[in-house]
Design a protein around this ligand. Structure first.
Ligand SMILES: Nc1ncnc2c1ncn2[C@@H]1O[C@H](COP(=O)(O)OP(=O)(O)OP(=O)(O)O)[C@@H](O)[C@H]1O
Length: 308
């Protein structure tokens, strides 16, 4: 398959702080790639270097086989970037911002597209108010709408759903899937495992400046900690008795027991029934998914559920 993006041994330091240490990945044309990482892990720095906004210290980036160090101008025409800091003109209204982009791109018959995007992002009521009166989430939605008015071949979305309400997030996810169907390559960064799982064909996890895990969602998920059921009890005796009965991992401070369930209803029902039959009273029970922190902890500890 043809590569839309190829990054090889990319490095970047700020003062003495090495933010990225030889990261490499490829993004096949027409696919969705998610770069996952916590705050400050280097996601935005990576995007900035890939979009010619920042110079790498070492390494190479190719977009559609063009090298960013030699063909920056040609590359800039092939992508659009929606960053964490909205490129919205504060004085213009929401509608005027969208129209401005449409005119700059020499689009014809753009008014229906503008209306459609305002409706999709639930911005109709605010459409004729200056953007400076918008909330952070509204501004973000407008910024996304602006990058979707004339989707390019490659779309960079830097943490696109941060600050969005669940409804707007669902809308954006759907739009991203539709864009992929029309052949657009999408590179997104996110702090949310769920977002990567929902959208991406390929995922890379950034940790301490390196890519700790990379592959298809199915491959990466095989390495993630399994779902657990967290049970809490009123005292240490009940906790100890529960552990003897059903096993699991004890947290004495929280009087909690974490039991692997693999998200299977039968397993959860069996655990609860066993405890009830032994008259061990459960205070609370919560189904827990692996968070990005769990994944990093696991990577750092170099352990997987299979390898335990
Ligand atoms: N211009 C700069 N000068 C100095 N340090 C910088 C600069 N830009 C980024 N950094 C540092 O590089 C590290 C990575 O920052 P970056 O913004 O790439 O992270 P991120 O993964 O996008 O984080 P977030 O999820 O919080 O947006 C941070 O420690 C940050 O402080």
């Amino acid at each position: 398959m043809q590569e839309a993006i190829e990054v090889v041994d990319l490095e970047k330091s700020f003062s003495n702080h090495k933010v990225l240490d030889k990261i490499s990945f490829r993004v096949p044309s027409g696919s969705i790639f998610a770069l996952l990482g916590t705050n400050g892990s280097g996601k935005t720095t990576t995007v900035k270097m890939m979009t010619t906004l920042l110079k790498p210290d070492h390494g190479s980036v190719k977009i559609d086989n063009l090298d960013i160090s030699q063909q920056a101008l040609a590359i800039q025409k092939r992508f659009s970037l929606t960053g964490q800091f909205a490129a919205v003109d504060e004085v213009l209204t929401g509608r005027e911002n969208l129209v401005l982009i449409a005119k700059l791109r020499h689009l014809k018959n753009y008014l229906s597209k503008v209306d459609e995007l305002l409706a999709v992002f639930d911005l109709q009521e605010a459409a004729d108010r200056p953007a400076q009166t918008y909330s952070g989430g509204m501004r973000r939605k407008l910024d996304l709408a602006m990058s979707l008015i004339d989707p390019p071949q490659i779309l960079f979305l830097d943490e696109p759903t941060t600050g969005l309400d669940p409804q707007a997030r669902a809308v954006l996810w759907q739009m991203i899937r539709t864009l992929k169907k029309s052949g657009v390559t999408i590179f997104l960064t996110t702090q949310y495992l769920e977002e990567a799982e929902q959208l991406a064909d390929t995922v890379a996890i950034l940790n301490r400046g390196k890519i700790a895990l990379q592959g298809s969602v199915a491959e990466v998920k095989r390495h993630l900690p399994k779902e657990t059921l967290e049970l809490t009890f009123a005292d240490e005796e009940t906790l100890a008795a529960a552990e003897t009965l059903i096993g699991g991992k004890v947290n004495k401070e929280l009087l909690a027991l974490n039991v692997a369930t693999e998200n299977k209803v039968e397993k959860i029902t069996m655990i609860l029934n066993q405890l009830q039959a032994a008259k061990l009273e459960i205070l609370t029970f919560t189904q827990k998914r692996a968070s990005l922190d769990d994944v990093f902890f696991m990577i750092v500890e170099n352990r997987t559920e299979e390898g335990k």
